[in-house]
Design a protein around this ligand. Sequence first.
Ligand code: NAG
Ligand code: NAG
Length: 479
Amino acid sequence: MFKQSILTLTFILLAANAQQNNNCCEDYCYSTDSERSQTKNYATKTAYDIAKGSDSDSQRSAIVPGCQPVKFWLLARHGTRLPGANDIDNLRRLTNLRDDILENYRTRRTKPSQGALCDEDLELLQNWRWNNNVSVQYESYLTEQGWNDLKFLALHYRGLFPSVLQPIYDRSRFLFRHTNTERTEASYKAFVEGLFGDRAYENIQLPPIPPKDYLLRPYDICPAYQENSKKNKDSSSEYQKFLESPLYKETVSDISVRLGFRYTLQPKQIEAIWDMCRYEQAWHVDQLSPWCSVLTKKQVDVLEYSEDVKNYYKNGYGESLNSKVACHAASDMLKHLSSDSNPIVIAYFTHDAEVQLFLTAIGAKKDFDALRADNFYQMTRRKWHTGQIAPFAANLAAIKYQCDDPREQHKIIFFLNQKPLDFEWCRVGLCNWSEVQRKFEYFNRANCDNDYCSGSFANQLLPSIFLCVILALIVHLRN
Ligand SMILES: *[C@@H]1O[C@H](CO)[C@@H](O)[C@H](O)[C@H]1NC(C)=O
Ligand SMILES: *[C@@H]1O[C@H](CO)[C@@H](O)[C@H](O)[C@H]1NC(C)=O
C-alpha cells in the first residue's frame, strides 16, 4: 500500500516535471501592457524619468511655512549612458540570439505550450536592430536622454527654489565639479544649461579635478573597498549564493524555455538580454524595448534582486567599511549647510557607487534585515531597491531653510530623486538642523583623509573597549 502510493506520487511528480519542460512561466505580453511596472525595477540602469518622484509631490514638500530656502547641495549621478567597452561585444551577440529565437518559434517549433512570447513581442524582436551608436569610440558616453535627465533635473530644482538657484551665473554663488569622465562632464554641462540657458557652460570655469578624487571617486583609490568589491565573486558571497539558488536557476531556465531553447542559456547571454533591455528602455523611455519583452515581471524581480544584493555588499550596509568611504562628500555637505556664506549652491556630478556610498554614510534606506541569498521573498518590500535609489541621474539634494521659529531657525530637507528622504528623526522629510548635526556628528569631526578607507566605526571602537576591559581588570585585581 505504502509502496504503491510512493509509486503513484513519483509518477505524478515525473508527469508534472515533463510538462514543465515545455511550459515555463506566467503568460505575459509586454507590448500590450500599458503599465509596465517592472521598468521601475531595472536596478542601476533604471530610467530616471521612471524612478523620480512626481513634480507635484516634491513641490508640496519644498514649501515649508515660515521658512525660506537659503542653501542647496547636490550629489548627482550622470544621466543615461551608452554601454562600457567591456560590454559591447557581448551585447552585439544578441543579433545571433535574436535569430535563434525567431527560428525556435517559426522553424524549429520549440516554443513552449504555455507562457510563450505573444505575437506582438515576437514581432518587436524581429524588428530589433543593433544601434550603431554603441561603439568602443563612444563607450560610456552620455546619451541624448542622459543630457535631458540632467537638464530637466536642473529645471526642476530651479522651479522649486528660484531664490537660491538664480538664473544668472555668478561664480561666487555657484560651485560645480564633476569627475574625470565624459559622462559626468556632459551631465554637468546639461545641468548648467538647465539652470542658466543654452551653452551656459562655455562661460564657467571649474576647479581642477585632482588626480586622486577623494571627494567624488574615493572608492577608486581605496584598496580596502576594491578588495571588498571582489568578494562578490567568492562562492561564499550572498551574491554568488543567490546566483546558485534554485530560484535564480529556475528563472534562467524559464527564460530559456520561454525563448524556445532546449538548453539553458549561458549567464553571459542572460546578462546581455537584461542589459540591452534596460539600456534601451532608458535611452527611449517612451518606446518599447524588444529585449524587455523577453522577460516576465517575475523574472525581472529576480534579476533585480541579484543586483541589489551585489550592490548591498559592494556599496551598502552589507560591509561596515562602506559607511565611511563617502566621508569627504558627507563632511562637505555638512560644512556647506553649516555656513551662511558663499557658495550658496554646490552641485557635484559623479557615479552610482558614490551615490550609494553616500546614502550608506548618512544611514538612509537601511533595512532591518540584510539582503541575503535566502530571503528574496521576505525582502520584497525592502528599502534597498537600487532602481529607486541609484537609477541613471540618481541625485541627493540637501536644502537648508531659514525659519521664523526661534527654537529651530534652520531646517533641512533631503530629496532623493525628487522624493523627500524620510528619516524617522525628521517630520515628513523636514529635519531640524540641530538633529542633522547630532546624527551626522561623525562627519563633522572626522578626519576623512585618514578614515575614509580604514575599517569601520565598530573596528575603531573595539580596541578601546578591549583597553577598558584590561584597565577594569587591572583595577579589579589591585583591589
Ligand atoms: C544615435 O545618436 C544620435 C546623436 O546623439 C541620436 O540622434 C540618435 O537618435 C541615436 N540613435 C539611436 C538608435 O539611438
Ligand atoms: C524640531 O525642533 C522643535 C523645536 O525645538 C521641536 O518642537 C520639534 O519636535 C523638533 N522636530 C523633530 C522632528 O525633532
